[in-house]
Design a binder for this molecule. Structure first.
Ligand SMILES: Cc1cc2nc3c(=O)[nH]c(=O)nc-3n(C[C@H](O)[C@H](O)[C@H](O)COP(=O)(O)OP(=O)(O)OC[C@H]3O[C@@H](n4cnc5c(N)ncnc54)[C@H](O)[C@@H]3O)c2cc1C
Length: 530
């Protein structure tokens, strides 16, 4: 996938997609599979906004039984099974545990009934749920004795261990099928001709060039920025800022759901006593999610130290035995989500929005609140595009086609690597792992980890720059590789990655120092927590 922003100006596309997050990238993949000529514009890096910040859960839908939303349970289960099939290196089933207590909604009787219904709706043997004993709960969640718990309910969600690489894989697949994709190209407005939208005006944020990208249909998948691109006439949804923490302790063997102690007054977005989750991830634990109303413009603001500490405190209140301390926080994930009631301050339950697809001649606007169902919703949006183009509707092609890297791995290509490095490459690149290793072309150094404290190999940096459009050290550290995803990378690892990038991107010494500083900027707030 090569960045060729100027050619965006010269093409005429069936579909111009604005936004390279989970929704836009999935739409680009589906539309390319259907044979549409696609342009994909991303103002930052692919999957650099909300999609980078998910709690990594692909929901199996058990939670939607609370509201008896059976259609949503089925959709989530189906989507989980599809993602495990088309991206098996990135998405796998993950047990999820809810401790049972008392005789009410969280009691064993009620949850046995819920699990029974869930299993009836569930066609997939490996995703079935069951009640578990106190002993099994202790094995899965050894960090806490959970006084008062009578056992647990166990079902399966999925874990997308690298939530940035799934949208990237959609974009890579789309580019292989002829889509023209470019990061750091911002859509600045809509082009209108003869009463319909006929493309977008755009600015290349790297060169400063401005141009038009013409298309028969434009799809806005710009998440919280949709309204900015669409203009004044679209209702601006209220936004919530959502926050997760990464702590440097391995707390649980499965995802664990706990009830938050916070009431309605302290948690106005969700209405109080929401479920909070601990997710085992990369030998550490993700804690989430906290929500607050966000009143600024998207992109203006980030998380503040007090809210990071407040979320840690909330987990300690929910489960005092955890005794989590601020110095265990090694990173955070933060992003914006649309709220259910456009333009109004929600009074609890505000995150209930499922998905929205709006339409005007030449324009489709797609918004969703879940990473889990992004592919399915994107397919619906592409159906609408096909409707506007007068093309026949088709079954979802991306439900069957493996994503880039999703096809089986040939172990022969990795045979010369140490087992840990081969396993690491397989987890990141799936069936393309051998091709990534081959980029070392006999230069043994590129098959070595960048530093003793990271599994990332030099050849991954080459892959990122030469084939995945990485433009900055931060792109490599946060999104192409696992270098900085779960905590601050070491100076040695960052400098090694920078040294591989510099000659390929023409960086002089001063630029390299700037890149290093920018790559470390997201971790600065951690100093304020100590
Ligand atoms: C803390 C947190 C935890 C979450 N946990 C989960 C979870 O466990 N499971 C789950 O299913 N969901 C979860 N979600 C929700 C999920 O992450 C989002 O619903 C999903 O990622 C939204 O994807 P998107 O493509 O709509 O938005 P985004 O990822 O924000 O993508 C929109 C893209 O459009 C780009 N863009 C904007 N304006 C322009 C422009 N003018 N020109 C070009 N590009 C533009 C942006 O840069 C951005 O990359 C979580 C969200 C957060 C914040």
């Amino acid at each position: 996938m090569l960045r060729d922003a100027p050619s965006l100006a010269n093409g005429h596309y069936d579909l111009v997609i604005v936004g390279g997050g989970a929704y836009g990238a999935a739409a680009a993949w589906e539309a390319s599979l259907r044979g549409l000529a696609v342009a994909l514009l991303e103002q930052g890096d692919f999957a650099s906004a909300t999609s980078a910040n998910s709690l990594k859960l692909i929901h199996g839908g058990f939670r939607y039984l609370q509201s008896m939303d059976l259609a949503r349970v089925r959709l989530s289960l189906n989507e989980l099974a599809i993602l495990c099939r088309i991206a098996p290196h990135l998405v796998a089933p993950q047990p999820c545990l809810l401790p049972t207590r008392g005789l009410g909604k969280q009691g064993r009787l009620a949850l046995a009934a819920a699990l029974g219904l869930y299993n009836l709706l569930n066609q997939h043997d490996n995703l079935r749920g069951r009640l578990v004993s106190r002993r099994e709960v202790a094995q899965m969640f050894p960090a806490c004795s959970l006084p008062g718990a009578s056992g647990g309910a166990l079902w399966h969600d999925g874990l997308v261990h690298d939530s940035e690489r799934l949208p990237l894989s959609y974009a890579l697949g789309a580019a292989q099928r002829g889509a023209v994709a470019a990061n750091y190209v911002q859509a600045t407005g809509l082009l209108r001709e003869g009463g319909r939208v006929a493309g977008v005006t755009a600015r290349d944020r790297l060169s400063g060039d401005e141009f038009a990208v013409r298309g028969r249909v434009v799809m806005l998948a710009a998440g919280p920025w949709d309204g900015q691109v669409a203009g004044q006439k679209w209702p601006q949804p209220a936004l919530a800022a959502a926050l997760n923490l990464v702590v440097n302790r391995d707390l649980c063997r499965s995802t664990v759901a706990l009830r938050s102690p916070l009431g309605r007054m302290e948690d106005p977005v969700c209405g109080g006593h929401r479920f909070i989750f601990m997710v085992p991830w990369r030998g550490r634990t993700l804690l989430g999610t906290a929500y607050r109303l966000y009143l600024g413009q998207p992109g203006q603001d980030g998380p503040k130290a007090p809210e990071i500490l407040a979320l840690l405190h909330e987990f300690n209140q929910a489960c005092p035995e955890l005794g989590l301390t601020p110095d265990e926080i090694c990173f955070y994930h933060w992003g914006l989500l649309p709220l259910a009631q456009p333009g109004r301050t929600p009074a609890g339950g505000g995150l209930a929005v499922k998905r929205r697809i709006d339409e005007q001649p030449g324009l489709i606007l797609v918004t969703g609140a879940k990473y889990t169902t992004a592919r399915a919703v994107a397919c619906e949006a592409v159906d609408r595009v096909c409707g506007q183009l007068g093309r026949p509707q088709r079954a979802q092609l991306s439900a069957k086609e493996p994503v880039w890297g999703g096809a089986p791995v040939s172990d022969v290509e990795l045979a010369s690597l140490p087992a840990a490095s081969a396993a690491h490459l397989r987890a990141q690149y799936g069936g393309q792992a051998g091709a990534v290793a081959a980029l070392a072309q006999g230069r043994a150094g590129l098959l070595e980890p960048l530093a003793p404290d990271t599994p990332v190999l030099g050849c991954e940096v080459v892959q990122a720059v030469e084939y995945e459009m990485a433009q900055s050290l931060r792109d490599v550290s946060l999104r192409r590789t696992v270098l900085g995803k779960a905590g601050r990378p070491s100076d040695q690892a960052l400098r090694a990655a920078c040294a591989i990038m510099a000659p390929r991107l023409g960086w002089d010494q001063a630029r390299q120092e700037r890149e290093l500083a920018q790559a470390l900027a997201p971790y600065r707030i951690l100093q304020e927590l100590k």
